[in-house]
Ligand binder design. Structure first.
Ligand SMILES: O=c1[nH]cnc2c1ncn2[C@@H]1O[C@H](CO)[C@@H](O)[C@H]1O
Ligand SMILES: [Zn+2]
Length: 387
């Protein structure tokens, strides 16, 4: 008997599938109810809404502006409630818990320590609070029968001038909860080469970093991030599509796109976020479809769960709808992400072989045990004809 065409994963199966997340902002993923609670407790009175449901909607709508600069304005409110040790522990713990409940087994979550100093914390206290929160969230997840490991990425803001200091901080907390470094914030006008000293320093320390590039600005930003700064991964990188032409003669990759594919540079793609900032026009037209077909090292990510009202399962759901992705596609994206993580090779390999592959194997076999009406529809001809 032939193998039946693999059926499309259901929303519930997508949630249960093991997922790996490389690009998620801590200050872009708070629970609306937590923002309201902390604002009340700390006397922050500038929230646009105080009802959690309305506040969640406000974030999604305000971030849906078509411009990265306006999208980033919404972070004023989340950062405002992340200025005390306890608030950071709580937000980080809930982040790990929420990701685990969504079936994420490994996550690298980033934040900019320099944005959490207004209440008098030191950079070190900020890192320690977030680490404590992640460990607490991992523990709560285990109690709830979920498994997750979370590593932190320290972000420096590209318009500011603290990248060297933050790079040193990332290096100091290496092997103690922090797995790498990043730069974020408005891209146009703030090229990654402004922070060359920080990147050179991290390379000399044999440390890892990713750079937000090719989101609101195009190929020059990606080129600088890779060839001047030496980024291990690209945050977004969607604009690499500008170096690819598809016509009657086939697909042609320019030098930069070829380099990205040949060198297996991981692309941290965030479809919903791109629709909100105007970096892409629809899920169907999102470059991830073509880049996956061309076998770039593509990964799927959330960016900001609060601002996009999304989760890893939601992102995969959109891609299944738009491109008909199967469990095999989901596994491919997930293995890509795990291969590209900043933790040691042996740990990545164990995650792939002992957690990710067995998880997908089990999901792929579920149709075998589904009874009668519950059986997944075969995509083409009837089962009888397959004999
Ligand atoms: O998609 C993005 N592009 C660039 N910067 C971003 C994006 N999402 C969030 N941040 C910025 O990163 C900071 C640290 O987490 C956030 O405060 C926000 O300003
Ligand atoms: Zn981002």
């Amino acid at each position: 008997m032939q193998n039946p065409t693999p059926h499309l994963p259901t929303a519930e199966q997508i949630r249960r599938a093991p997922k790996v997340l490389l690009h998620d902002h801590l200050d872009g993923g708070l629970r609306p109810g937590t923002i309201v609670d902390i604002a009340r407790a700390t006397g922050y009175d500038a929230l646009p809404e105080t009802d959690p449901d309305k506040l969640g909607r406000w974030f999604r709508e305000a971030a849906d502006s078509g411009s990265l600069e306006r999208y980033l304005e919404t972070f004023t409110h989340t950062c405002a409630v992340m200025q005390t040790y306890d608030a950071l522990v709580r937000v980080a713990a809930e982040c790990a818990e929420d990701l685990a409940a969504d079936g994420v087994v490994y996550a690298e979550v980033r934040y900019a320590p320099e944005q959490h100093l207004e209440g008098g914390l030191t950079l070190e206290q900020v890192v320690e609070a977030v680490n404590e929160g992640f460990r607490e969230g991992e523990r709560r997840a285990r109690e709830g029968d979920n498994r997750i490991r979370v590593g932190a990425l320290l972000t420096a803001m590209r318009h500011a001038a603290r990248s060297q200091e933050i790079a040193e901080l990332a290096n100091r907390y290496r092997d103690r909860g922090v797995v790498g470094f990043d730069i974020a914030g408005a891209e146009a006008g703030y090229p990654p080469t402004r922070h060359l000293d920080a990147f050179d320093y991290l390379k000399r320390e044999n440390n890892h970093f990713t750079i937000h590039a090719g989101e609101a600005f195009g190929l020059p930003s990606i080129w600088q991030a890779l060839q001047w700064c030496g980024a291990d991964r690209l945050g977004h990188g969607v604009r690499i599509i500008d170096d690819i032409t598809v016509d009657d003669e086939g697909v042609h990759l320019g030098r930069l796109a070829s380099y990205v594919r040949d060198k297996r540079v991981p692309l941290e793609m965030c479809p919903s976020s791109n629709l909100q900032t105007g970096a892409a026009t629809s899920y169907r037209d999102h470059p991830i479809g073509l880049l996956r077909r061309l076998h770039f090292r593509v990964t799927v990510n959330t960016d900001n769960r609060l601002m996009s009202g999304t989760s890893m399962s939601e992102e995969f759901g959109h891609l299944v709808d738009a491109f008909g992705y199967t469990f095999d596609d989901m596994q491919w994206f997930t293995v890509n992400a795990m291969k590209s993580a900043f933790i040691p090779f042996d740990e990545r390999l164990a995650m792939i072989n002992e957690v990710i592959k067995p998880g997908y194997a089990e999901l792929k076999a579920e149709w075998l045990f589904a009874s009668g009406a519950a059986a997944p529809p075969l995509a083409s001809d009837s089962a009888a004809e397959r004999g």
